[in-house]
Write a protein that binds this ligand. Structure first.
Ligand SMILES: NC(=O)c1ccc[n+]([C@@H]2O[C@H](COP(=O)([O-])OP(=O)(O)OC[C@H]3O[C@@H](n4cnc5c(N)ncnc54)[C@H](O)[C@@H]3O)[C@@H](O)[C@H]2O)c1
Length: 328
C-alpha cells in the first residue's frame, strides 16, 4: 500500500478545493477529489484522482474510503450564492446541511474520524464588534449563512456521539488565484468583487457595480477581509495535519485581520493593473453587512498559521493574471 496518506476532498474541483489539493500534494498527501461538477471543473483536478459523484452517495463515499485508504476528509462541496439562498432556501438546506450530514455520517461509518469543513463569516450576520472573534454571537442574516451554521451544529453533535474530530474554518473573503496559473476562480455567475473588477478592466466582463456607497464606513462602501486562496489552502493543510495528530475539534476564523473597503480595492486595482476600474454605484445588496473583519488569533495560536500572500497587490495581480489567461 502507498505510504502517501490519502485525503478525500469533497468539492476538490471548485475554486478553493482545487487550490487546497495543490497544497495537500505539496505537503505529501494524495488528494482524492469527490465532486459532482455542479459548479466545479474537471480541469481543476490536477493533483490526484477525480471521482465524479455526489456527497449524498453513502455507498460511493464508503467505497472510496476503502479504495484509497482515506485517512481524513475535507468538505468544500456546497452552494454559496447568498442571493440564490434567499430565493431558494430549500436548495441550500438540502445540499449544505442534508448532503453534508450524509457525507459526514458515511465517513464515520467507514471509520474516518477527521473532517475539515468550509464554514463562513456569514455565520456572524451583522457583527457588533470588529475584528470578530469566534465566540461572537452567530445570527446569520441569510439562508446560506444559516445552512453553514446548521452544519457546524451537526458536526458538534456527531463529534459527541462518535470518535470523530472536526475543524470548521470560517473563511472571510477568499480571493486571488494560484500564482502559477494552474487553478483559479471561475464561478458562474461570479458574484465576487475582485474577479469581476479584473474582468471589467480586461474588457471580458461588464463595468463593475459597487453595491451601496451609503454604509457607515469611512468611504461609505463595505469593508471586507480578503484572504489569498493560497494562504487559505495552507490553513487546510495545517488543519488536516493537526487533526491527524490527535488535535481536538473546533471553530476557527480564517482572515488577515485587515479590512479593506470596496473603494480601497478599486484604488489598489488601478495601481496594480495600471488602469482605472470602470464602475457605477448601484443600490445596496440585501444581506451585506457594513464590515466583516476576522480576529484570527485563535487560528494563529493553534496552527502556527500566518498569511504570506494576502497583501492586496498580490491578490489583485494573481487574480488578474488568472482572469487574463484562465484555462477553464
Ligand atoms: N469563495 C469564498 O470566498 C468563500 C467564503 C466562505 C466560505 N466559502 C465556502 O468554501 C467552499 C468552497 O467555495 P468555492 O468558492 O471553492 O466554491 P465552488 O463552487 O468553486 O466549489 C464547490 C465545489 O463543490 C462541488 N459540489 C457542490 N455540491 C456537491 C455535492 N452535493 N456533491 C459533490 N460535489 C458538490 C461543486 O461542483 C464545486 O466543485 C464552499 O463550501 C463555500 O461555501 C467560500
Amino acid at each position: 500500500m502507498s505510504t502517501t496518506p490519502a485525503i478525500l476532498v469533497a468539492g476538490g474541483a471548485g475554486y478553493i478545493g482545487a487550490q487546497t489539493c495543490k497544497a495537500l500534494a505539496a505537503a505529501g498527501y494524495l488528494p482524492v477529489t469527490l465532486d459532482n461538477l455542479s459548479t466545479g471543473y474537471a480541469a481543476a483536478v490536477k493533483w490526484g484522482p477525480l471521482e465524479q459523484g455526489d456527497l449524498r452517495d453513502r455507498d460511493r463515499v464508503q467505497a472510496l474510503v476503502a479504495k484509497y485508504d482515506i485517512k481524513a476528509a475535507l468538505h468544500f462541496a456546497a452552494y454559496s450564492l447568498v442571493g440564490e439562498s434567499v430565493r431558494d432556501p430549500a436548495k441550500y438546506y438540502d445540499n449544505n446541511v442534508g448532503a453534508a450530514t450524509a457525507f459526514a455520517s458515511a465517513l464515520i461509518g467507514a471509520g474516518v474520524g477527521a473532517l475539515v469543513f468550509s464554514s463562513t463569516a456569514a455565520v456572524y450576520g451583522t457583527p457588533s464588534i470588529s475584528p470578530i472573534p469566534e465566540d461572537h454571537r452567530t445570527v446569520p442574516i441569510n439562508p446560506y449563512g444559516a445552512s453553514k451554521l446548521a452544519f457546524e451544529g451537526a458536526l458538534r453533535w456527531l463529534g459527541e456521539a462518535h470518535p470523530f474530530a472536526w475543524t470548521a474554518l470560517r473563511y472571510f473573503n477568499a480571493a486571488g488565484a494560484d500564482p502559477d496559473g494552474e487553478v483559479g476562480e471561475s464561478h458562474d455567475p461570479e458574484t465576487h468583487l475582485i474577479p469581476n473588477l479584473c474582468k471589467a478592466v480586461l474588457g471580458t466582463g461588464p463595468a463593475l457595480t459597487v453595491f451601496g456607497q451609503d454604509y457607515d464606513t469611512p468611504d461609505g462602501t463595505p469593508i471586507r477581509d480578503y484572504i489569498h486562496v493560497v494562504d487559505l489552502a495552507e490553513a487546510h493543510v495545517l488543519a488536516i495535519r493537526r487533526l491527524l495528530a490527535g488535535g481536538d475539534s473546533g471553530v476557527f476564523n480564517v482572515g488577515t485581520g485587515e479590512g479593506c473597503s470596496v473603494m480601497q480595492i478599486l484604488g489598489a486595482a488601478e495601481r496594480v493593473l495600471g488602469k482605472p476600474v470602470p464602475y457605477s454605484v448601484g443600490p445596496r445588496r440585501a444581506g451585506d453587512p457594513p464590515s466583516l473583519v476576522a480576529d484570527s488569533s485563535r487560528l494563529k495560536a493553534a496552527f502556527g498559521w500566518k498569511p504570506v500572500r494576502s497583501d492586496l497587490d498580490s491578490i489583485i495581480a494573481d487574480a488578474a493574471r488568472w482572469q487574463a489567461e484562465r484555462t477553464y
